[in-house]
Structure formats: C-alpha cells, structure tokens
Design a protein around this ligand. Structure first.
Ligand SMILES: Nc1nc2c(ncn2[C@@H]2O[C@H](COP(=O)(O)OP(=O)(O)OP(=O)(O)O)[C@@H](O)[C@H]2O)c(=O)[nH]1
Ligand SMILES: [Mg+2]
Length: 183
C-alpha cells in the first residue's frame, strides 16, 4: 500500500510575552520531538489527519519580547502558511498589542499568509469579571481585522489542544472560511 505524503503547513505563533505561547506549543507537541532554535524560537512537528487527509504542521514558538521582533521575523516568517496571533484572555492589553504590534509585523513581512487569532489561558477567566477579554470581544476583533479564524484554548485541556491543531489545518485549507473560521 502506498503511503499518502502529508500536506505540510508551516505555522508561527506570535504575541506578547506571558500570554501562554510556549505552554500551548508544548501541549500541541506532547508526543513529538521539539527543536530548540536558540533564544527566540523553538519548533516541532505535529502530525494529524483531518477528513482522512494527513497533515504535518511545523509549529514555531517565538519570544514575545519586542526587542526580538527583527530576529523572529527574519528567522521564522519566510514561507509561513499560518500565523497564530496569541493573546491572553486575562490581559486585554495583549489583545490590543495584536493590533498595535503583531498584525503590523505580518503586514510588513508576509501580508498574504493566513492569520488567525487565538485566546489563551481561558481557565483563568472563569473567576474574573474585570480585566478580561470575552469570547465575543475577540470574535468582533477577528472580524474587524478580517482574520481567517478565531478560537480560544486552555493549554491544560487536551481535547481543546487537539481541536486547535485541526482548526489550524481547516483555516489553512480554507474549508470553513466563508468569512471567518470560528470555533
Ligand atoms: N492557568 C493557566 N496558565 C497558563 C496557561 N497557559 C500558560 N499558562 C501560564 O502562563 C505563564 C506564561 O506562559 P508562557 O507559555 O511561558 O508564555 P509565553 O507567551 O511563551 O511567554 P514568552 O516566552 O515570554 O513570550 C506560565 O506561568 C504558564 O504556566 C493556561 O492555559 N492556563
Ligand atoms: Mg515562551
């Protein structure tokens, strides 16, 4: 039997420091090898099947320090298929910075890539009423900026982590992209 060659997707996670990028990156790659790429980025490959088609997502976790942006963009942005713009749902400022900092970098370096919004640390929103980003605030943000998708995740929820990987594939293939791929 011939083995179907997986479709490869390069996916780079960017966003402010402390929003949870490394934690979700490690959760997505729980049973895979990870490569340390120096101070500013690490990478690893996640394999999965969606609609009977095999995919290989090479995930890049990057530093959230603004001073590292030139290095991150030159090392990781070329040939990126999907950018995951990460913010923390307990930090409205980190969502503001998606607009002020991170979207501008994509516009500057790789305008045509698929760009999706990912809210992290959702378990920590449960007991709070102030200083949070709600699901609908972020959904509106994603629509306003014409992003290809939006979802939320807690890194310690293995089901949500699996859904996140499928979501990345679906946004890449555009299958659920009438306007926005929302989950
Ligand atoms: N409760 C909870 N804590 C989380 C979650 N994700 C991350 N954290 C915590 O948030 C803190 C920051 O997470 P990191 O993954 O290091 O954040 P980062 O975005 O990689 O930060 P930089 O590498 O500085 O850019 C850590 O203390 C994590 O344990 C989550 O889903 N739930
Ligand atoms: Mg990190």
């Amino acid at each position: 039997m011939t083995r179907v060659v997986p479709t490869k997707i390069k996916c780079v996670m960017i966003g402010d420091s402390n929003v949870g990028k490394t934690t979700i990156f490690q959760a997505c790659l729980l049973n895979s090898e990870q490569e340390a790429g120096g101070d500013v980025c690490d990478s690893g490959v996640a394999e999965l099947t969606v609609d009977n088609i095999p995919y290989e997502i090479t995930l890049y976790d990057t530093s959230g320090r603004e001073s590292d942006i030139p290095l991150i963009s030159s090392l990781t942005f070329p040939r990126t298929n999907v950018f995951v713009l990460c913010y923390s749902v307990i930090s409205p400022r980190s969502l503001e910075n998606v607009e002020k900092v991170w979207l501008k970098q994509i516009a500057k370096h790789r305008k045509k890539a698929v760009t999706v919004l990912l809210g992290l640390r959702t378990d920590q929103r449960l007991d709070k009423t102030q200083n949070i980003v709600t699901y609908y605030q972020a959904k509106d943000f994603a629509e306003k900026h014409n992003l290809s998708g939006f979802t939320e995740c807690c890194a310690f929820d293995s089901i949500r982590t699996e859904i996140l990987k499928q979501f990345i594939v679906k946004c890449h293939t555009g299958k659920e992209k009438d306007q926005c791929c929302i989950q």
